[in-house]
Design a binder for this molecule. Sequence first.
Ligand code: ADP
Length: 380
Amino acid sequence: MSGVADQVRAAVAAVTDPELRRPIGDLDMVRDITVDGSTARVSIVLTIVGCPAAQRIEQDVRDAAASVPGISQVAVEVGVMTPDERRALTERLREGRPARQMPFGADSLTRVVLVSSGKGGVGKSTVTANLAVALAGQGLRVGLVDADVHGFSIPGLLGIPAGTQPTRIDDLMLPPVAHDVKTVSIGMFLQEGESVVAWRGPMLHRTVQQFLTDVFFGDLDVLLIDMPPGTGDIAISIGQILPHAEVLVVTTPQHAASEVAIRSGLVARRTGQTVIGVVENMAPYTLPDGTVIDLFGSGGGAEVARALSAPGPHGSDVSEVPLLASIPLSPALRQGGDAGRPIVIDRPDDAAAEAIIELAGALAHRGRRLAGRALPMRLA
Ligand code: ADP
């Protein structure tokens, strides 16, 4: 092979598959490369016919080959892997982990944080989406599961186009990635017109378990789960499937909201989960002229934290539950949510974004309890 062909191969091999997020050389997708004068012919194979990322990969391969000095024309031929090649690829992506095993069990190094609330409309999903992006911004490998069956709002909040599905390579399901967060919504797995809300307990339980098993997140530092509000079947199922999960309780400052938030925190604790903190959202905000807008009053977050720090009815030992953040009302937070542009990226100077970024910092530096030891989270 000529030196130029070697250079073309190296350039092409470094192109990243946008879904698998690895160089295509590592994924065994590069085939023959020939150079004839100033023309390079490059042949690559993709995982499946009509792979959604195909056009982008083809263009990136073309650009990479054309960047090699002496190459002015590039012909790209795109083929498809054989079933055997695909099997080898999925095995490699699993990194030796067996298929069909729920990866977030008690011995997993991934920290699982459930974000729950007593009732809907307190901004739980908005906070969760921004928190996930802020954690990823701090170098953590973050997964986000939208289990809020009443809304499925996470994909929209992160700007993932409606109808986006995980990429399937045989039985391997890879979550879409938005702002460096691997994101799946149970809504992506429903048939048209189907509603999870109508499902009965055992069906829900099976689905949640299957979902956590079949979606391949790879190694994660933290998995956030946007829970449905309240203490329904999903909350109980997830409590059973992930008993070592930690719980963040989101509330507004309003007394009525804090009462139900306390109840949801107590139920989580009863399933063995640890409530690691309270997040108050829609707290008072100050206008540039100094006027304070306190639509929902103040003090609810501290009230929930206090109540969840109290010992249980049988004197059981409960560690302190801190108020981890107080996020002010913010027009930018709402607008960013509507537009699918998280404000922790778009408007990091907004007071609500600052509070969420600070919350992410507090979480990232808080070790989780594993077999009685505090483990720091891995900062990449
Ligand atoms: P939940 O998940 O608790 O049902 P959402 O995240 O869907 O709540 O938020 C409900 C509405 O409140 C959304 O329109 C969202 O944009 C808005 N919202 C959330 N937090 C704030 C805030 N701090 N300031 C202003 N609007 C907010």
